[in-house]
Design a protein around this ligand. Structure first.
Ligand SMILES: CC(=O)SCCNC(=O)CCNC(=O)[C@H](O)C(C)(C)COP(=O)(O)OP(=O)(O)OC[C@H]1O[C@@H](n2cnc3c(N)ncnc32)[C@H](O)[C@@H]1OP(=O)(O)O
Length: 425
């Protein structure tokens, strides 16, 4: 164990500084050695100004970085968000408050930059609540047993339809997906029902299509399918891999859906029917789908879509409550006064929300009496519509000062389609 107290600082422009930081981040994620190749590849993602390290005895022992992200809110508008990632503390320096100190600095910097909230994907559930993050989207991992599901004749016939009225699924090369994918995903993120979606960088598309490989990353190449409507416009994309086993081998053939993004219901159904009817396949695994994905109900026997895992995915930490709540749409018109507690002193205060339904809302500081008092992490869980204020009330995690206020909050905040984020970062 080192002798000096670790000192926190932001990275400099020196390339060796970044490399030492990357080595520490790898060690924190339990990877003992990093090749020169990997250091070079990963360095491209690091913005030194948004990257912190803690240094003891000349070595980096703790890491944390953020990057600028766009987060879609209910209604389809997006807000600037600070995505927190690579939070690690080397095993020799844990439980001394280093992570907490780095997060405090990262959140303060995000607030100063005008980022409306911070986001992350939590390695362990108990870590981030105390820093004001709450689980804001959930995801479901499905495993479809095709022998049980049976054949959905009508669906398959629609998928196979030909002629001037019919759209079609085509397989495209990775290079073509790099052209078709980004504008399609932009359209998807702008849909009123896409709350929880986050933007994808050029780097994301390159990594997804095999154009950027991290050494040691043995992810197999993917097939990429595009659904085009009868005018030839791309309306959906799906990427998948197959283990190339036959249906009668043991274990039998499995298709893994890496992603499926569609901007029309027609494209969504057509892509699912395509994926469910690839030869040799007995099992289709689809991870990180929306909890209310149509997949089970597409099957003649919906119970054939077993839920392997249902888990929290994107965690949010409000930083600017008025900006966050006035950028989203609401299910109906109504008023609500929220007293938000934030021990870090970043987002606390009393706010009056004046929602005008699907036309957005006003939200500003107020001296009116509060309807509900809640912590900032509870607001993180409620702000996209995933969590229910009624449930948090039953748990004693928010206080109601007017009978029915939690119900009213649910009427305003919850969404017809559940918020969903399918991307890891
Ligand atoms: C967004 C992301 O990057 S997710 C990835 C998170 N990183 C990892 O999982 C890598 C492996 N783990 C680690 O590197 C470290 O253990 C970290 C980063 C999780 C925590 O770092 P530390 O410096 O030990 O945290 P710190 O000392 O600030 O802990 C603050 C509190 O959180 C609690 N805490 C920290 N980690 C955990 C955990 N994994 N599970 C439960 N509680 C935790 C601590 O017990 C502490 O509580 P206390 O003050 O009441 O004792």
């Amino acid at each position: 164990m080192g002798t000096s107290d670790p000192v926190l600082r932001t990275l400099g422009d020196d390339a060796e500084d970044v490399r030492e930081w990357l080595r520490a981040a790898a060690a924190g994620f339990l990877q003992p050695a990093v090749s020169e190749d990997e250091l070079r590849t990963r360095a491209g993602a690091v913005d030194p100004e948004r990257t912190q390290g803690a240094y003891a005895d000349g070595r980096c022992v703790a890491t944390c970085r953020t990057f600028a992200q766009r987060l879609t809110l209910p209604g389809g508008r997006d807000v600037p968000c600070s995505a927190v990632t690579h939070v690690t503390v080397t095993a020799t320096h844990r439980r001394r408050g280093l992570m907490s100190a780095m997060l405090r600095r990262a959140l303060r910097a995000a607030k100063e930059r005008g980022e409306v909230c911070a986001s992350l994907i939590a390695a362990e559930y108990p870590i981030y609540g105390r820093h004001g993050f709450g689980p804001a989207t959930r995801a479901t991992d499905f495993r479809v047993d095709l022998t049980r599901a049976g054949l959905d004749r009508a669906g398959l016939d629609r998928t196979r339809a030909t002629g001037p009225e019919a759209g079609h699924v085509e397989l495209v090369a990775p290079e073509e997906l790099r052209t078709v994918g980004p504008p399609l995903h932009q359209r998807f993120r702008a849909l009123p029902t896409s709350a929880g979606a986050i933007d994808r960088s050029t780097r994301w598309w390159l990594a997804h299509t095999g154009g950027l490989r991290y050494p040691g990353d043995e992810r197999p190449d993917l097939f990429h399918a595009v659904y085009r409507d009868r005018d030839g416009t791309a309306q959906g994309i799906a990427s998948y891999r197959h283990d190339r086993r036959w249906a009668n081998s043991l274990p039998a053939g499995t298709l893994h859906v890496d992603e499926l993004t569609a901007v029309t219901a027609e494209a969504e159904l057509a892509l699912w029917h395509y994926l469910l009817s690839v030869d040799w396949t007995v099992t289709v695994c689809a991870d990180r789908r929306a909890p209310d994905d149509v997949l089970p109900l597409l099957l003649p026997d919906p119970r054939a879509a077993r839920i392997n895992r249902h888990h929290d995915l994107l965690w949010l930490r409000p930083l600017d409550v008025p900006a966050l709540l006035s950028a989203r749409d609401y299910r109906t018109a109504g008023n609500l006064v929220l007293e938000v507690h934030d021990e870090a002193g970043l987002a606390g205060g009393r706010y009056a929300l004046d929602a005008v339904g699907a036309q957005g809302a006003r939200c500003e500081p107020t001296t009116l009496t509060a309807d509900l008092t809640l912590g900032v992490s509870e607001l993180g869980s409620l702000c996209l519509g995933e969590e229910s204020a009624g449930r948090l009330l039953r748990l004693g995690r928010l206080d109601e000062h007017r009978p029915g206020a939690a119900d009213h909050a649910d009427l305003l905040l919850r969404t017809d389609r559940r918020p969903w984020c399918q991307d890891m970062f």
